[in-house]
Design a protein around this ligand. Structure first.
Ligand code: GMT
Length: 382
């Protein structure tokens, strides 16, 4: 198939899932065309069967806000017309599903056979999409898609609760490359970070408010108070970085905390981790938790959103109520202070990650493309 994938180019979240899916599909001999406003972070090297198309957005003095959605729709038209696209798969509803609808309208009969599949990822439903300034458009655009998927049961339910959706939403969870995300020997790195063999606690995110990075620091401080020798590695960057730095200073633990910034090879850092913290205020799936689990790292998370579908309480780590710093710290001390428990949780975490193994999930997308194409053909009487 010739598959168009539209996504954000970002380091985390939907951009990663879309790019990894593109790579997986390309390996299966599909021709994949990625459309984005910048080269996706995970599209690191040239790959046969993958072409990257950048959205051209010309500015004009009249535009305070250049109309990206229109430029995107225009480029979708070119993609469908000149690359003979069989399926257009857009990741994140805002504005991708809307631009895709517009592109199809522009092309009329010429694109009637090309299904639009929208994958809902998270904030496109829970925060941005349900904002009154977008809601009706998002509602309409999802209903106009030929196929809709969500990355968790939680997100499916939220979408039905928040919008007036008349489509079946298929849950296809996020996936993990078990060969890439596995514990490997990083002894030099461990020694450099932990000269006294301290435990390593890791958090990875885009440091938006919803990720509760200052809270990660508070939980870690409480773990230290319980005589656990440990270092905290904060991976990523974003709006809450300064707040997190300030929290370290206020708590007097800066010497035990390292801000590593955005990192490409997170699996190397996770290889030396003993514990992963993800206390998010909203999380439809929690890909970062799955990446940690795949590297055999127990996870302590909040019990909101799709996190309980990934991290299993008492099996792969622990879940606590939102903002319950005491609870997270208690479980942190329990895991880091008991080698046997740690081993058991670490093994279970890896086993659980195997359920989200990449090739099985890519097959589910391939099958879904086929089903939606056939439904579209039936509807159009072709
Ligand atoms: O919040 C992010 O990190 C980005 C965001 C997105 O929509 O791009 O991530 C969402 O999608 C990820 C991939 O499907 C999920 O693993 C995250 O849980 C989800 N983030 C939130 O719901 C806050």
């Amino acid at each position: 198939m010739n598959i168009g994938i539209v996504c954000y180019p970002t380091f985390g979240g939907s951009g990663v899932v879309a790019t990894e899916l593109a790579k997986g599909l390309a390996q299966r001999d599909h021709n994949v065309h990625i459309l984005s406003y910048a080269r996706p972070a995970r599209l690191d090297t040239f790959r046969t069967n993958i072409s990257y198309h950048e959205v051209n957005l010309n500015t004009y003095p009249l535009f305070e806000f250049p109309p990206y959605d229109l430029a995107l729709a225009n480029q979708m038209v070119s993609l469908i017309e000149y690359e003979d696209i069989d399926v257009l798969h857009v990741h994140y509803a805002v504005p991708h599903a809307t631009s895709a609808f517009l592109a199809k309208q522009i092309m009329g009969e010429k694109a009637a056979h090309v299904p639009i599949i929208t994958t809902l990822h998270g904030t496109d439903i829970t925060i941005v999409g349900s904002d009154p300034s977008f809601k009706e458009v998002v509602d309409f655009s999802i209903n106009q898609s030929d196929g809709v998927t969500a990355v968790s049961e939680y997100l499916k339910k939220e979408t039905y609760d928040r919008f007036d959706i008349r489509k079946d939403i298929k849950v296809i969870p996020n996936f993990i490359d078990l060969d890439r995300f596995k514990k490997s020997d990083k002894l030099h790195f461990k020694k450099a970070i932990c000269p006294n063999d301290e435990k390593v606690v890791v958090h990875v995110s885009n440091f938006r408010e919803v990720k509760r990075v200052p809270e990660v620091v508070s939980v870690f401080a409480k773990i230290l108070e319980n005589d656990i020798q440990a270092k905290l590695l904060l991976v990523g960057d974003g709006p809450d970085r300064q707040k997190a730095e300030r929290r370290c200073r206020d708590l007097g633990i800066c010497s035990e905390v390292r801000f590593l910034g955005k990192q490409e090879n997170v699996e190397e850092i996770l290889s030396i981790a003993d514990l992963f913290l993800i206390p998010s205020g909203s999380e439809t799936f929690g890909l970062a938790a799955l990446e940690a689990m795949s590297c055999s790292v127990p996870v302590i998370s909040s019990n909101i959103g799709g996190l309980p579908e990934v991290n299993i309480h008492g099996e792969t780590g622990y879940l606590c109520d939102l903002d319950d710093v005491e609870c997270m710290a208690e479980y942190g001390v329990k895991i880091l202070g008991d080698e046997n428990l740690h081993q058991e949780l670490a093994q279970n975490a890896r086993k659980r990650a195997e359920k989200f193994e990449m090739s099985g999930i890519i097959t589910r997308y391939e099958q879904y493309y086929q089903v939606v194409r056939e439904q579209l053909m039936e509807r159009s009487g072709a």
